[in-house]
Structure formats: C-alpha cells, structure tokens
Design a protein around this ligand. Sequence first.
Ligand code: APR
Ligand code: MG
Ligand code: MG
Length: 202
Amino acid sequence: LLMASGQLSREEALECTRCRHACHVMLYSDTKSQLFGKFPIRHIILMQMRFDGLLGFPGGLVDPSKETLEEGLTRELSEELGLPLPISVEDHVESCFAPPSSPPFSSPFSSRLMLHFYVKKIEEEQIREVERVAASTATDHGQEVLGMVRVPLYTMKSGGGLAHFLSHSFIGNARSQLVSSLLRFNMASLEELRKALTRSQE
Ligand code: APR
Ligand code: MG
Ligand code: MG
C-alpha cells in the first residue's frame, strides 16, 4: 500500500484516512471532424488551464468523511465546468499518491495527497456544451480555471500536435494520466506515443 509509485484500487486508496484526497476526470468524446480537412481529430479530450498556469484535468479536493469520492468530484465539476455531470464508481481508473512536492509544500505522510483519476466518455455535443457553459457561467471561470483546452492527438509533418502539447507544464501527474489513458482507451498507439514523447523533450 505504501509503495511510492504504485497504483492503488479505489478501496485501498480510501484506507488512507489521514490523507487528503483529490479526484480529477478526463472527459472525452469521439469526433468525425478533421483539422484542415486533413488531420483526423478522432477524439476530443478536455483539459484545463489552471490558475497556476499549469495544465490539468477538472476536479479537486474531496473530503471522504463528508461525501463519496464521486459526489465530491461531481461537485467540483459543477463549480469548474458549470453543469451537472454525474461521475460514478464505474468511471474510476486508478488511484495513487501524489508525486512529492518540493519544500515548503512537502508534508509528512499524515497529510499526503491521494489522487483518484476517472475517465468518462460523453457525446461530442456534451463536450461542446461544457465548453460553452464553462466559459460563461461556471463559478470558477476566471478564478481557479482560466479556460478549457482540447488535446491535439494528431502529429503534423512539422512535428506539431501532440508532441507540442506534451511539452507544456502539467500539474501533479496529469501528464502521465493523459499519456496512460491514451494507451488504455486506444486513442493513440504505443508507436505514436513514443514518437510524441521523444519529440516533446527535444
Ligand atoms: N489535475 C489537476 N490537479 C491535480 C492532478 C491533475 N491531474 N493531479 C494532481 N493534482 C493535485 C494538484 O496538485 C492540486 O493541488 O490535486 C490538488 C487538488 O486539485 P485542485 O484541482 O487544484 O483542487 P481544487 O479543490 O479544485 O482547488 C483548490 O485552490 O486553495 C487553492 O491551492 C489550492 O489547488 C487548490 C485549489
Ligand atoms: Mg475546484
Ligand atoms: Mg480543481
């Protein structure tokens, strides 16, 4: 249970009653649209630009003594996205300890952060609605959330696309959550990801 880099089940993770808990979700849809009539977009994946200038997934801190993880995540989504989007236990993908942060934010185990990650597929029209509402009526817009962004999955001749996106800075383990979800949900091949990851470090 205490292995630093190990994935935990939802139940194992909840055994840490002295941890703080945070839940985030990757919302995505299929799409038939193409960029410049040339590059299939394939999937729309929603991330957000956070108040701290880092990219992350929507979600936030949840208190399991007061609400279930999924109730808390749903509440965070209504604050950050501005509409009800119920997340359920079946959408849970993995839990793990947050990567240790640097001083002065590093803390002893008693207040360590447990991260729960969810993935939920919705309709393309729902994605568009989230984008519309998030920018106009979400209470956190312009505060904790500076804007929703889509993840480009294609790679252009110039190298533009996924590799450039991955070279931005991400909160916590959001970058690895993104990369492993692309693989797990068949949104990118191992080969495509390898190339993009290599290019993103150039
Ligand atoms: N996406 C977003 N955040 C993540 C992720 C991820 N994939 N992985 C880990 N985190 C961590 C961040 O380090 C963050 O501090 O989870 C923590 C809580 O998530 P937030 O979305 O930032 O929490 P939220 O409840 O929405 O906002 C509260 O206001 O008072 C500030 O700094 C405080 O970040 C906190 C925010
Ligand atoms: Mg929040
Ligand atoms: Mg948040």
